[in-house]
Ligand binder design. Sequence first.
Ligand SMILES: [Zn+2]
Length: 288
Amino acid sequence: MTSHFEAPLLIDSHAHLDSPRYINDREAMLARAWQAGVGAVLSIGIGEGPAEMHQARDLCREFNGQPESGTALPRLYASAGIYPHNTHEIDATVLAKLDGLLAEPEVIACGEIGLDYYHEGAPHAVQREGLIRQLEIAAARKRPILIHCRDKSDGAGGAWNDLFLILEEHWRGTGLGGIMHCFGAGWDEARRSLDLGFLVSFAGNLTYPKAKALRDVAARMPLEGVLVETDAPWLAPAPKRGKRNEPAFVAQTARTLAGLLNVSEDEIASATTKNFFRLFHLAADVGN
Ligand SMILES: [Zn+2]
């Protein structure tokens, strides 16, 4: 569908649309995203655990190509994966469910998966094993991955080092690439991510007053290596900080990133949208 917008459309590359926080206004929330110039949203399929991994796929089926309401909505894509702190729930049944979901056309990515050493939860060795099992399945299904990586403290540390070791051994050779979601590390991690064929996705925290170090990293990024996301319902950008986040607000993060990279808002929208479609080998197709 062609849009009524003159400006290029944005893509929210990471939103938890299946969150119970949208239970009362999900369609209206998606309509607001379209009105704000968001042409597509990647809906993250981790749920509250593997039992809910299919929920993002279900939302694609519910909202894509629905003529009934007549409301213009962004096109939805889905992922499926087991979040680092749910990796202790992995067994043969869970892996079979993931494999089945990744075979479906709407489910274009495996994630968010990775390593989280910041919060207490699944032991680090369990997280690493769970990540590797999922990389094997994603590779067989030829799906790029969405990485969540968080160290215990700011700066260089264990999680990123472990992540890069695993990706070098188990992922680089696939050539499938992926997305470093809600990027919050330093230039070295950003550079290594680009070298691995990953896109680096910036979220609302880019707009926070204290995030100068992250803005300095963003300012050094090549235009063909960046994406924007909300991570909704969390992490609302600066003017809405603390409120429930939603895909419409990705426009604020895009504006901040455009300023840092010295390009217009139209240029950041068209670059990030092009990057997204290139990674997933999708025809440029937005809206419903
Ligand atoms: Zn997320």
